[in-house]
Structure formats: C-alpha cells, structure tokens
Design a protein around this ligand. Structure first.
Ligand code: NAP
Length: 326
C-alpha cells in the first residue's frame, strides 16, 4: 500500500519556485492570502499537519502544539525565532528550523539605511516636502549629522552585525561592539573593538541593536542605557521591538536626551498610527522591512522549504535550531 504523504501547511503565499520541492514530499496546503492566517484557522489546519512553514507573525506555543498531534517540523521563515517556544517544541520532539545567513546582507543594507536616514533627517525632510514646506536653502537650515568618521557601536555583532561593520569601513567609521563572547574574526578582519556595554553606550555616535530577542535582551535598552548615551547620539533598532523600552525611548527623544532613533521594529507591531513616537521628528520608523527584498524573501522561503523537504525525506535539515531532537 502506498505511504500516505504528510500534510505540509504554509501560512502565507510564497513564490512557486520555493514551494516546488515540497510538492513531491507532502500534500501541500497554502494559506491563500498575504494577510496573516487567523489563529482559529491555523489551529484547525494543524489538526492533521505534519510540517508547518510559518512566519514571525505566528505564535508557536504549547497551546498550538496541543492542536497539532502529527506535527514533526516547524520551519520558521526568519532567522529570529522569538515567536516560537523552543523548549515546548523540543519537549515534544518537534524540530525547529530558521533561515540564517540568506538575509544577512539585505538586513545590513536596511540597518545602514536607517543610520543614514535618521542622521540626515530623511523622513523629516520628505514629510516637509510633501506638506509644501520645502525649507528654503540656507547654510544653517536642515542640518544633519555626519555618519562618515563617526563611532558606531554594535550591540550583537553576529552575522548581520558583522555585515554592518563591513559597510562601516567604507564610511571610515570606528566600530565598537558588545557581545557576551568576543568575535575574534570581526576583530581581526573588520577592525572591530570589543567594549563593555557602558563604554559602547557612552562612546558611540550610533548605537545599533542587532541581538536576538530573548529573556536576557528584552528591554535591554531602557532609561538607564539611554541616559548613558551622548545627547548627540542616535539609536537604531533593526532586531526586534521589545529589546527597546518604547516609553523610555519616547521620553529620551522628547527630552532630547539622545538626538534621534530609527526603528525597523517596534513594540507593539504594528505600531498604531497614534503612537507618541510618531509625533516626534527625531524618530524614523519603517514597518519591519529588514529582509524585505524580492531576492532575499525568495531565498528565505526556499531555505524554509528545503528544511522541510530534507526532513521529510529522512535527511538532516540544513539549519536546525534544536538539532538535539533529530
Ligand atoms: P546572530 O548571528 O546569532 O548574531 C546575534 C549576536 O548577538 C551574536 O553575536 C551574539 O553574540 C549576540 N548576543 C546575543 N545575546 C546577547 C546579549 N544578551 N548581549 C549581547 N550580545 C548578545 O544573528 P543574526 O543573523 O545576526 O540576527 C540577529 C537578529 O536580528 C535576529 O535574531 C533577528 O531577531 C534580527 N533580525 C531582524 C530582521 C528585520 O527584519 N529587522 C531581519 C533579520 C534578523 P554572543 O552570543 O557572543 O552574545
């Protein structure tokens, strides 16, 4: 008797080239919208699903796993997996995979865009032009801050942090970083200098946050840390919103305790249109687009699908997060 293929559930529309390898190793079911699937529909779909290809917008927790008795693998289409209760999956022997590496350069590009954008007041300038308030050219009107030759402090110098540091070399920047363990490769190849957190906060002109969200990094940047920054310095968060305390950030920006902030990620997400941060000209906010290029999103979808295809054909998935369950 022919073996019944497992059901593979994909929670968003993805390019066909990414989905193709899945068609031969399971019965594919794809959520037919670009909007997030509702929790109710997801739980219903999972009752007979063996493999799930999920996004950061889906919360993968014990409650979800209770509804998914046949689930054996979750392939999260992101490098970060703070939306997943990893110990809960591991306890039940469910494999989790992510998509490291393929989004590194694109996210570093966006991080650098944020630095340049807030330093040179790009959001504010564009708003003024669209509102018919073009500032008349004058030597001391609409001045920004130089990024070149400034000091960059990267909190979390991993894959993306190192790619940002590489870009910073082209801007003749001095690069400090803080990780729990030293990144000797980045020190030797990119000339980065490890410093403690207080030194990084106190000396950097741009503090860039690129750590994963974890219990240890939740609200890593709050009032005490913002107070240690120079009043001329900028904060950039391209990692996850809850790493920065939004109330503390609002107060620091309003009181000009720091010069500005640029955020690709916020807490909450989406950021409501009436959020106080959006009343401030010295805050640049974009809607979580770090990895959002056509090529990179296709690579992420392909890697997530390859993880499922490998697992279902009895091979080791290329990028497991909890390899101990394999
Ligand atoms: P990675 O290579 O794992 O780098 C993370 C770095 O953070 C590591 O160097 C790690 O070093 C450091 N770190 C972890 N916990 C720390 C702590 N408590 N204090 C100081 N440093 C700490 O990850 P990646 O690929 O660069 O991605 C980083 C994060 O960016 C992801 O987790 C994701 O949340 C975010 N991201 C956002 C977007 C977006 O769309 N905006 C896109 C991609 C990724 P140690 O272990 O030595 O501390």
């Amino acid at each position: 008797m022919a073996r019944q293929l497992p059901k593979i559930y994909v929670t968003r529309q993805l390019p066909e080239e990414a989905l193709t390898p899945l068609r031969t190793c399971g019965t594919l079911s794809v959520w037919a919208s670009d909007q997030a699937v509702s929790r109710e529909t997801l739980l219903h779909e999972l009752r007979d699903t063996g493999a799930l290809l999920s996004m950061v917008t889906e919360r993968i927790d014990d409650d979800l796993l209770d509804h998914a008795p046949q689930l054996r693998i979750v392939a999260n289409m992101a490098v970060g997996y703070d939306n997943v209760d990893v110990p809960a999956l591991t306890r039940r022997g469910v494999v989790l995979t992510n998509t490291p590496g393929v989004l590194t350069e694109t996210t570093a590009d966006l991080t650098f865009t944020l630095m340049l954008g807030i330093a040179r007041r790009i959001g504010e300038g564009e708003r003024r032009v669209r509102a018919g308030q073009w500032p008349v050219w004058s030597p001391f009107v609409f001045l920004g801050t130089d990024v070149h030759h400034a000091t960059l402090g990267i909190i979390g110098l991993g894959r993306i942090g190192a790619a940002v540091a590489r870009r910073a070399r082209g801007f003749d920047m001095r690069v400090l970083y803080h990780n729990r363990a030293r990144n000797k490769d980045a020190e030797e190849q990119l000339g980065c200098t490890w410093v403690d957190m207080d030194t990084l906060l106190g000396e950097s002109d741009f503090v860039v946050v690129l750590v994963p969200l974890s219990p240890e990094t939740r609200q890593l940047i709050s009032t005490p840390q913002l107070k240690k920054m120079k009043p001329t310095a900028f904060l950039v968060n391209a990692a996850r919103g809850p790493i920065v305390d939004p109330h503390a950030l609002y107060a620091a920006l309003r009181d000009k305790a720091i010069a500005g902030a640029a955020l690709d990620v916020t807490d909450p997400e989406p950021l409501p249109a009436d959020d106080p941060l959006l009343t401030l000209d010295n805050c640049l906010v974009v809607p979580h687009v770090g990895s959002a290029s056509i090529a990179t999103r296709t690579r992420m979808a392909t890697l997530a699908a390859e993880n499922i295809a490998a697992f279902l054909s009895g091979q080791r998935p290329p990028t497991p997060v909890n390899p101990e369950v394999l």
